[in-house]
Design a protein around this ligand. Sequence first.
Ligand SMILES: Cc1cc2nc3c(=O)[nH]c(=O)nc-3n(C[C@H](O)[C@H](O)[C@H](O)COP(=O)(O)OP(=O)(O)OC[C@H]3O[C@@H](n4cnc5c(N)ncnc54)[C@H](O)[C@@H]3O)c2cc1C
Length: 455
Amino acid sequence: MTRVVIVGGGPGGYESALVAAQLGAEVVVVDSDGLGGSAVLTDCVPSKTLIATAEVMTDFGEAGELGIDVAAPRVDLARVNARVKALALAQSADIESRLAREGVTVVHGRGRLDGPSRVVATATDGTETTYDADAVLLATGAAPRVLDTAQPDGERILTWEQVYDLGEMPEHVIVVGSGVTGAEFASAYQSLGIPVTLVSSRDRVLPGEDQDAAQVLEDVLTRRGMTVLSRSRMQSVSRDGEVVTVTLADGREVTGSHCILALGSVPNTAGIGLESAGVTLDDGGFVKVDRVSRTSAPGVYAAGDCTGVFMLASVAAMQGRIAMAHVLGDAVQPLDLGVVASNVFTSPEIATVGVTQQQVDSGEVLAEVVMQPLATNARAKMQGIVDGFVKLFVAPGSRSLLGGVVVGPRASELIHPVALAVTERITADQLAQTFTVYPSISGSIAEAARRLHRA
Ligand SMILES: Cc1cc2nc3c(=O)[nH]c(=O)nc-3n(C[C@H](O)[C@H](O)[C@H](O)COP(=O)(O)OP(=O)(O)OC[C@H]3O[C@@H](n4cnc5c(N)ncnc54)[C@H](O)[C@@H]3O)c2cc1C
């Protein structure tokens, strides 16, 4: 029997464990902080649970347009956060039970490599156990980046992992960082009714996303009252009693009651014997992997945030599944980042798949582009939706779908037909000829596809 030892129990680790068990391997997972990893305990699951509350508040805020008077709804942040934490723990427990049912051995402790085919697990009481492995999967994830000049204190200067300890509504939150995480928290706290200032070192929010989509989001956030400080690099963050001050590189100061730092992530790859086992890291400390998740050390694979490849739970899980298929002789489909669907859970949401506008503008990819605003969609009008669009990219010759962007409420759900079309190389005509419900927001996807028809 092949023995697989997995270090880290997040989506990269636990999804791989399930696949390996299904394929008949003997599987050990060593995890230090709880099954489900950061994805379940501190990152995706908690933030999207918080955002579920924020969405209801956004709907209340816009209910007047639909003829409903809602007397000022009030958020009880202590209750919201208690729900967030309970839900995350329950999800983690579900994953642990599932692994146990599938016969996976879970070791609670910290793992390190002792050469490429041995893992030493140190339990919380200091006991060490050694596991020999035919294959090792590293899935140790990443942690919030912190700076010497902006040290979190867990009370008012917070990483995204610490916000769920807030017992009361902050008076004014300053979010530093306008990437996906910063934008999601800024949008969520604003929807909860908290004044928000977003500090961005770049020209606009979400510099890595579709520019038209980011512009819509920035317009909506500022229209709802957010202060967005662009081209404003944070120099330091300090606290004096109940006041937090963010000092910018040009000397300006922004004060608030709380600051959330969203400065990116650093991989959890130090001090666990990787280099001495022959695992090559890049300059940022991420594990270098190929498209079937192999590292430079024979028999050692890596998946998820510790590899720095598209830091998403869905990609972590896919990298892990591919690794296990490769180890255990199942059919292997190498990772294709060109078909990854992803979403920014702001209000409105921004969902993307495939080719990007930047790739088209730079000439890297030849594509025709069409952008269909939601404002003309009958269902959108009924629901009071004014912001958002569907954008599709097609190959000029074959007319097959290369990519798409959806901006609007529940864009995360609407992107799926586009992702299917991109993955299966469906043509714009085929997408246009597929019935959509009338009236529906997805009708705008078919409408955009119809605009790409060539006689
Ligand atoms: C705020 C936020 C929101 C996000 N929302 C989404 C989202 O909505 N959708 C999405 O797809 N992605 C989202 N992400 C990204 C997602 O959380 C990560 O991509 C995902 O967690 C990566 O999974 P992983 O298995 O690589 O690592 P993790 O989930 O970080 O799990 C790694 C585990 O390994 C453990 N570990 C580390 N070192 C060791 C060791 N030496 N021994 C034993 N165990 C160890 C860690 O404690 C942890 O439990 C979000 C990220 C953030 C920051």
